[in-house]
Design a protein around this ligand. Structure first.
Ligand SMILES: [Fe+2]
Length: 386
């Protein structure tokens, strides 16, 4: 029996499935929207998804303007340019279409239109006072879970660190998850975003904040991602694999939103902030090393992770079952051919002490880790990953 009080927060409405994108028009109309700002990037525009959104919204008489200058792992300056545009007209709906970057910029823009001060005043937990302009978030990748999480992340270029605005007001009114939008994703993005989703599932499942409801989502996410990530990367047109990845990412996002992530994300932040390593790649690289360290913090759960990822472990002693979990993740990586060392990513050994200190400062996530970590532990994990 779990003695914790269970809580689960999510958007007012989640629409997920093949063709769900078509519901954007009626939903926006139902929200009373007349003029929407679509926050996105050049790739989404080039793929034709932006134009399709405009058509769907146009049918309902809703006008559309585009901010299409979102960059990967966006910084504060990127957000400020978007906010400037959002202030020029009266938008009653903000729609984020793309990866986590576009969705996060859309969410932060929404709340910074209705809250005084600058974004720097809102980095942290529950510092947003007022509800933002209504948002709809639509992922075109399968991984970040940003459409269902109350965190939006920007790079603070001055502090060389990723910073998060964490607030229920970051959650959208509506999240629309359509696997068809992910079909054009290239294999490299499919694998890095898919690994991010796998990291969300593993970390939230083993978080000190997990509860029996988040466990349901995390478990299903691991099963879906474990069976379909390789295929989605190898054959992007395989709709079943795309479906599994989109729904797996959604489930992992719901679990992450409520149970939190742990040391992997904390250790990944300085890689992004200082060395510009993409979020999914940084997480992916560190995940098996942190898992190896964490096994002793929750042996039964790591044994379950091995099962969810398809390992046949029933005949093994429990501890061996648990250590099979990081091995299962490494086996996925071998098939995906993703970077497996910090050296490959041009992160030097000399950078480790500063990165370890920065990671320890992400106390919001370190506190969720199932095994307590010292700064020396963190340094050792980075060294193993060199
Ligand atoms: Fe993530």
């Amino acid at each position: 029996m779990d003695h914790k009080v269970i809580s689960l927060r999510s958007p007012h409405l989640i629409l997920a499935g093949l063709g769900a994108f078509e519901k954007l028009g009626p939903e926006a109309k139902g929200m009373g929207a007349t003029q929407a700002l679509v926050v996105t990037d050049k790739n989404v525009i080039d793929s034709g998804i932006g134009k399709k959104a405009q058509e769907i919204l146009g049918k309902e008489g809703i006008g559309v303007e585009f901010f299409d200058r979102v960059i990967p792992d966006p910084d504060v300056a990127c957000f400020e340019t978007c906010l400037e545009m959002a202030k020029k007209q009266k938008f009653d709906l903000i729609i984020g279409i793309g990866g986590g970057s576009s969705m996060d910029i859309a969410s932060i823009t929404s709340v910074m239109l209705t809250n005084p001060g600058t974004v720097y005043d809102h980095f942290g937990v529950n510092l947003v006072k007022n509800l933002g302009v209504p948002t709809i978030l639509i992922p075109t990748t399968a991984g970040t879970g940003a459409e269902v999480t109350p965190n939006a992340i920007l790079t603070d270029t001055k502090a060389k660190l990723k910073k998060a605005v964490v607030s229920p007001y970051i959650l959208p009114r509506v999240a629309i998850i359509d696997p068809l939008l992910t079909v054009s994703m290239p294999p490299s993005v499919t694998s890095s975003s898919g690994i991010d989703a796998l990291t969300h599932a593993v970390e939230s499942y083993t978080s000190n904040n997990a509860n029996i409801l988040t466990d349901l989502f995390a478990k299903e996410a691991m099963i879906l991602i474990g069976r379909s990530l390789r295929t989605a990367v190898a054959n992007g047109n395989n709709l079943e694999a795309r479906y599994d990845m989109s729904i797996g990412s959604l489930y992992a996002g719901i679990s992450l939103a409520n149970a939190g992530v742990t040391a992997v994300h904390a250790l990944a932040y300085p890689l992004g902030g200082t060395f510009n390593v993409a979020h999914g790649i940084a997480n992916g690289l560190l995940l098996p090393y942190v898992m190896e360290f964490n096994v002793l913090g929750d042996i039964p759960k790591f044994a379950q992770i091995a099962r969810f990822l398809g390992e046949k472990v029933d005949q093994l002693p429990l501890l061996d079952q648990a250590y099979q979990a990081p091995r299962a993740v490494k086996a996925i990586y071998r098939d995906l051919k993703i970077p497996q060392s910090l050296t490959e990513l041009k992160v030097p050994r000399e950078g480790i002490p500063d990165m370890a200190k920065a990671a320890m400062n992400v106390t919001r996530l370190m506190g969720n880790n199932p095994r307590a970590m010292t700064v020396q532990d963190v340094e050792r994990i980075y060294e193993k990953a060199l």
